[in-house]
Design a protein around this ligand. Structure first.
Ligand SMILES: Nc1ncnc2c1ncn2[C@@H]1O[C@H](COP(=O)(O)OP(=O)(O)OP(=O)(O)O)[C@@H](O)[C@H]1O
Ligand SMILES: N[C@@H](CCO)C(=O)O
Length: 302
C-alpha cells in the first residue's frame, strides 16, 4: 500500500466572462494535500500557509469529505489518515480554493486505494461535489476547458490558449463567497442576453485560440452574472478602465470574485498589474496583482 499520497492542485479561474458555469482555466498557483495512513484511532489534519486558520481540521474538512466520498463510491472503508494541507490559493477570492480541496481529496483517496477509479469517474464525482464543472475540470486536467452536458454525462473540450495571451490576476484584501455571489443572480434572462452571451463565448474561445487582439478586446463581456456581481466588488469599473488604459484587452471577474482577471500580452502584463492595484488603491482596497500563466498540467499526484 502507498505510504503517502501527495496531490498538488492548481488554482482555477472560472467563467472568463461569457462562459458562466461552463468554462475555466487552471492557473499557476497551488494547494498541496498529503494523505498518510496512520495507526491511530482518529483523523489528524494540519493546515499550513496563507489563511490556514480558515480551514477546518475536523472530519468536515472538504478535502477529507472528498477522500471519504471516493471510498464510499468503491464500497470500502477509508483508512484513518493524517492529512497535511499546504495553502497557496487564497480562500473565497474566486480562484477555486474549494475545487482544489475536492480534486485533492478524490485523487489522494484514489491513489491510496490503488487507483480503482478512472479520471472520468473522478471528474464526475468532483462535478457532483462542486455543483458546476468550470473549476474542478481544469483543476483536475489543467489548461482551459469547456464543459457541456451530454447524453453520456459531460462533453469536455480543450480550448487552446494562445501563447501570446497572458492572464493577470488582482486579488483584493476582501472576500466574496460563491454562495453570496450566486444569490444575487436572476433566475430568468431575455433572449437578447442569451444571444449576447452565446456570441461572446464563441468570440472569446476564438480569441483565446488565436490571440486575435480585436476578438479578445470585444469578447470579454457577459450579461448572465457580471452585471449583478460587479455591484459586490467596489472599484470594479475603475479597475476595468485602468486595465484598458494600460493596454490590456479587457477584464472579467475570476469565478465568483472578487478577484479580477485581465487578459493582455507579456509585454504589457506588469503595467496592467500595476494599473489594477493602483486603481483599487484609490478605493482604499489593497490588492496583490501579478501575471499568472495558465497551468497546462492540472493536478499532480505523487
Ligand atoms: N484548500 C482547502 N482545503 C480544505 N477545505 C477548503 C479549502 N478551500 C476551501 N475549503 C472549504 O470550502 C469552503 C468554501 O471555500 P471558499 O469560500 O474558498 O470557496 P468558494 O467560495 O466556493 O470558491 P473560491 O475559493 O473559488 O472563491 C470553505 O469554507 C472551506 O470549508
Ligand atoms: N461558475 C461559478 C464559479 C465559482 O468559482 C460561479 O461563477 O458561481
Amino acid at each position: 500500500m502507498m505510504t503517502t499520497a501527495t496531490v498538488r492542485v492548481p488554482a482555477t479561474t472560472a467563467n472568463l466572462g461569457a462562459g458562466f458555469d461552463c468554462i475555466g482555466a487552471a492557473l499557476s498557483l497551488y494547494n498541496e494535500f498529503a494523505f498518510t495512513p496512520i495507526d491511530t484511532e482518529s483523523l489528524v489534519i494540519a493546515v499550513r500557509g496563507l489563511e490556514a486558520a480558515r480551514v477546518n481540521t475536523d472530519a468536515s474538512n472538504l478535502a477529507y469529505q472528498a477522500f471519504v466520498k471516493l471510498y464510499s463510491r468503491i464500497d470500502r472503508s477509508p483508512p484513518v489518515i493524517q492529512l497535511e494541507i499546504k495553502l497557496g490559493v487564497p480562500l473565497a477570492r474566486g480562484l477555486g480554493s474549494s475545487a482544489t480541496a475536492i480534486v485533492g481529496g478524490l485523487l489522494g483517496a484514489n491513489a491510496l486505494a490503488g487507483n480503482p477509479l478512472s479520471l472520468a469517474d473522478i471528474m464526475q464525482l468532483a462535478i457532483e461535489m462542486e455543483g458546476h464543472p468550470d473549476n474542478v475540470v481544469p483543476a483536475l486536467i489543467g489548461g482551459c476547458r469547456l464543459a457541456a452536458t451530454a447524453a453520456s454525462g459531460w462533453a469536455i473540450a480543450d480550448i487552446p490558449w494562445h501563447d501570446s495571451v497572458v492572464p493577470v490576476v488582482a486579488i483584493p484584501d476582501f472576500e466574496l463567497s460563491t454562495a453570496e455571489a450566486r444569490s444575487v443572480l436572476p433566475t430568468d434572462y431575455s433572449r437578447a442576453d442569451a444571444i449576447f452571451n452565446t456570441a461572446h463565448l464563441g468570440l472569446m474561445v476564438r480569441g483565446l485560440e488565436t490571440g486575435n487582439p480585436e476578438w479578445l478586446s470585444a469578447a470579454l463581456a457577459d450579461r448572465l452574472h457580471q452585471p449583478y456581481r460587479q455591484q459586490l466588488i467596489p472599484g470594479y469599473t475603475d479597475v476595468e478602465r485602468a486595465v484598458v488604459a494600460a493596454g490590456g484587452y479587457g477584464m472579467v471577474i475570476s469565478g465568483a470574485g472578487p478577484t479580477l482577471l485581465a487578459l493582455t500580452t507579456a509585454e504589457r502584463a506588469d503595467a496592467v498589474a500595476t494599473a489594477m492595484t493602483d486603481a483599487w488603491a484609490t478605493h482604499n482596497i489593497q490588492a496583490q496583482a501579478q501575471p499568472l500563466p495558465v497551468d497546462m498540467q492540472g493536478a499532480v499526484c505523487s
